[in-house]
Design a protein around this ligand. Structure first.
Ligand code: ZN
Length: 187
């Protein structure tokens, strides 16, 4: 296993529409294993492949360390599609490993229905709500090139202009390996 550098606000891959996974091979499994290690090392509860520089429609979710969510198993989600969103919305504060030290309220549907494939390429359809639905929607957005900072209020957008610029210009310190390292290469 190895830690992968996390891409940061300003990296082009975070704005790309990510490609579907066509087959599960050794490389895919290694990527997912490394992504789990990378996410846990950074104390993240979700991580999408473009956040480690990979153009693959994969994301991880692990909220099992959160209070009251211990029964939720870590998941690797491949080729997801949200097929239903509830009309009811909820406001929850979000953060992102690619946008360190920036947190803000985001309004999103309370529950969603998701179809995806697992690491055996088996298809699933699940309905989720609560924190799990929130993390899944955030990670799903990463595969469409959308960041949570696109969804915050105009007031917060103004407030975060400077911190976001600082991340873009790498003028902040990071607590985990990031794409600022000189030998960084996209996967
Ligand atoms: Zn994120």
């Amino acid at each position: 296993m190895s830690l992968l550098p996390i891409t940061l606000y300003g990296d082009k891959i975070l704005r790309k529409k990510i490609s579907k996974v066509k087959e599960i091979n050794f490389e895919t499994i290694k990527l997912i294993t490394d992504m789990f290690e990378t996410m846990h090392n950074a104390y993240g509860i979700g991580l999408a492949a473009p956040q480690v520089g990979a153009d693959k429609a994969i994301f991880l979710v692990d909220i099992s360390k959160m209070e009251g969510e211990e029964d939720k198993k870590p998941m690797a989600i491949i080729n997801p599609k949200i097929i239903k969103r509830s009309d009811e919305t909820i406001t929850i504060e979000e953060g992102c490993l690619s946008i360190p030290d920036v947190r803000g309220d985001v309004v999103r549907p309370k529950s969603i229905t998701l179809v995806y494939q697992d690491t055996d390429f088996k298809k699933h359809r699940i309905k989720v709500d609560g924190l799990l639905a929130r993390v899944i929607q955030h990670e799903y957005d990463h595969l469409q090139g959308i960041l949570f900072t696109d969804l915050i209020s105009d007031e917060l957008k103004k407030k975060f202009k400077k911190p976001l610029n600082n991340i873009k210009r790498r003028k902040v310190e990071f607590e985990y390996p990031t794409s600022t390292s000189v030998d960084y290469q996209l996967i």
